[in-house]
Structure formats: C-alpha cells, structure tokens
Design a binder for this molecule. Structure first.
Ligand SMILES: [Zn+2]
Length: 246
C-alpha cells in the first residue's frame, strides 16, 4: 500500500509472527532504485510463506524484488531479516547485471547477532547468515539523488543493542522497528535486551515531530499511527502503562 509519494507500507496480516515491511520506491540511482526496510521471515513458525506474500503485494504495486538496491534492517532478529539472503539472491537474477542488493544495519547489532548466533538460533528459529555491506551510523542518511530522501538514523537500543529507528523529517515519518508499537513496546527479555535503554530510546523518539509512526509489528490496538495527536497519545499511554515496569 502506498502511504506517501515514495513510501509503501506492507503490513503483515498473517496469523503467525512476522514483521511489517516498508519500502522507499524509486529513490536510488541506477537500476536498483528501491530501499526495503525489514524484509521479514521467509517462512514463519506456522509455515506461512511470508516472503512470497510480501513479494506478491509488492508486485501488485509494480515493485519487483530485483529492483531492490538496499535492504535496511532495523535490527537483526530473524522475523526482520531472515529474508535478506533470499532477496539478495532474487536481486542477482537480472541478466548481465553482476551487482546485487546491499544490506545495512547498525554495527552494534552486527556484533550482537554474531555473538548471540547460537542462542538466538535456539530461541527464535533459524539464524540468518547474511553479510552487511555497510553500517548505519547515528546521523543523516541520504538516499538517491533526484528523488532524494533524507533520513535520520537514530540509534535506539533497548530491544536489542543496535536497534535503529528511521526518521524522515520532510514527511514526519518514523519507522520504529521493535522499539515502539501501537499501545506497546518491544520486549527486553531476549538476550541483548535492556529495559532502561529502551525507556531512554522511547523518550528520545517522543521528542520528534511525528505524523506517521510506522512500527515493526501490529498489536491488538492496530498498526501504524497516523496524526500528530494520536502519536502523542500513544507515547503518553506507553509511558503510563509500561514505564513503571521498566
Ligand atoms: Zn525484534
């Protein structure tokens, strides 16, 4: 679903676990112009074919996996990045084009996922073995040239050490990964979780001017949050319900 001129939202609607994916379309120079945030699972715990579903809904919007030039992972849990490798493989299929989609995540997250590989594989299922091409750093990330999108990368640890949120000031869009949801917060009981850090990260996000809050998962309350007042209310409700527990 197209939310804004260059931004598409693919909200997970299956019964099992998978993340929401977001896509900045037609921004990068060259023949792979799309940037995909969190491609999610290939297949989840109840055998739903998550990647096939994502590619199918992308296809309805005219967006092809071989046109993805960059995959950004908000963090390294398998329900956000298991499909990296499959997508990279798809991006290689264009004849005569040796390049492939690049992958980026925060360096702290890359260190964490390597240290925790065995434990996380047991807890969350299949571990993912992709190699990042570059690291996301706190600060500005400009995508493309003509349809330039200026993002701010915010290092927001707590759910995991190298979790990042992506802020697009021009349209007041915030992609939160598993830091913050509609009426909820990311879990901190997995290895690498830190409730104090999560609280601090959420407080930091609450200072931004946000019109669209796009989280990594749906909750019983809903998915994305539209409207500045609704976003503010969500921060207030999370503070009230969860902060005393952190
Ligand atoms: Zn997660």
């Amino acid at each position: 679903m197209r939310l804004l001129e260059n931004l598409y939202c693919y909200i997970w609607t299956g019964k099992g676990n998978n993340c929401n994916s977001y896509l900045f379309a037609h921004v990068l120079r060259g023949d792979r112009p799309h940037v995909l945030i969190d491609p999610g699972h290939v297949v989840n715990e109840i055998n739903e074919r998550c990647l096939d579903q994502l590619l199918s809904v992308m296809g309805r919007d005219g967006l092809k996996p071989e046109d993805v030039g960059l995959i950004i992972n908000t963090h390294s849990h398998p329900d956000h990045c298991e499909a990296n490798e499959a997508l990279i493989a798809r991006s290689r299929t264009r004849p005569g084009k040796p390049s492939q989609a690049l992958v980026a995540l925060h360096q702290d997250e890359d260190v964490y996922r390597r240290e925790m590989a065995e434990i996380m594989a047991k807890m969350l299922g299949q571990q993912v073995g992709f190699e990042p091409n570059f690291y996301l750093k706190e600060g500005d990330l400009s995508l493309g040239k003509e349809n330039k999108i200026n993002l701010k990368i915010l290092h927001t640890p707590g759910h995991s050490p190298g979790s990042v949120s992506l802020y697009w000031p021009d349209n007041r869009v915030l992609i939160t990964g598993d830091v913050l949801f509609y009426g909820g917060i990311g879990r901190t009981d997995l290895p690498g979780g830190d409730s104090k850090l999560l609280k601090r990260s959420i407080e930091r996000l609450s200072e931004l001017d946000i019109e669209y809050l796009l989280p990594g998962h749906c909750t019983q309350f809903g998915t994305m949050i539209k409207g500045r007042d609704n976003v503010r209310q969500n921060f207030a409700s999370v503070r009230l319900s969860y902060f005393p527990l952190l």
